[in-house]
Ligand binder design. Sequence first.
Ligand code: GCU
Length: 407
Amino acid sequence: MVSGVLILSGGVTWCQAQPAVAARPPAPNYDEAQMPAYTLPPALGAAKKAADWPGRRAELYALLEREMFGRMGGKLATTVYEPTSGPVPALGGTAIRKEVSILFTGKKDGPRMNLLIYLPPNVKGPVPVFLGLNFQGNHTVSQDPAVKAVTAKARGAQESRWVVEHVLKRGYATITAHYEDLDPDFDDGFQNGVQPLFYKPGQTRPAADEWGAIGAWAWGLSRAMDYIETDKTLDAKRVVLHGHSRIGKAALWAGASDPRFAIVISNDSGAGGAALSKRIYGETVADLNTRFPHWFAKNYAQYNGQEERMPFDQHMLIALVAPRPLYACSAQEDQWADPKGEFLSLVAADPVYKLLGKPGLPSHEFPPLHTPIMGTLGYHIRAGKHDVTEYDWQRWMDFADKHFGPK
Ligand code: GCU
């Protein structure tokens, strides 16, 4: 996906600035018996009743923002929405397609995010929405010949990860944009992407507590939400935010940052996403920061090889979405993402949901394959590799149906 050389050279530069960090992370650990013992800081802290949560929540948000994801920009007053196609029948009559460009500076030749919107045909009222960024360009999510190709990837190359017709059949709209509209996924010292739109005079890169690429992707999801709020065919109160892998990390951060997202779904988001970092299993903090030095705030690299020093962990990211429903899923062969660590994050966030009067996670036992558990928090693990499959989508839609009720 991204040139390893670019990532690596950026990583080495960063690592040299950090104390007590090996030049290369050690081989990944996949043996629970080798895992050092760890203690999680409780998500609830001193909060004893629901009224205590807003204060504790603000503290946790500030902590994750400063130490991990970085402060992001706000909504730009210059933004203009430009319809670029549709609404027209598409996908053999199974969909209505429209495209809208979000022009961040109001200029056609400035930075933009191109939204591809498929609606079920013949819908009357505002439709609930699945919103997520794609890895390879809008033309890769379906065979639709009218969608402009923005990368060299084949039309429909990611079709099996989007199952558009299945989503429409279940009465949801599906909206996507290419994640690199917001920030190309390589380390260029933050010259491209949306961060420079927010630089102060003389600033050339984000400060140590400011956003990297994941923050930019999360910011873009909120900008898509701004658009959804203006479109009467879409139900802005029923938007399900989803993301796979690195985009799953961004979806969790967007869900934590923006309460307008009604439901948040993390698919194989792993380290830096749903998986606990203090469990030294699969990908580590040093792996993240050395291989992808442009993803997080620079402050995060201080924890390379020192997870035990972290005053936070990923269960707090989950807790920041409370009391809204959140569903995480894993794949059995994706041990790099630590499926059990993803589940244990939900377990450790559960007391926050309970404090807020929600059912939370129905079971604290790691479930067998293909046995979804669904409360306010939900989880499944399926057979197979790091991927998004129709099985995952059908469970996401079951989860959304459960929480949204009849359409
Ligand atoms: C790499 C990376 C993961 C990430 C994944 C992806 O495997 O180490 O953290 O989630 O890429 O985005 O596909």
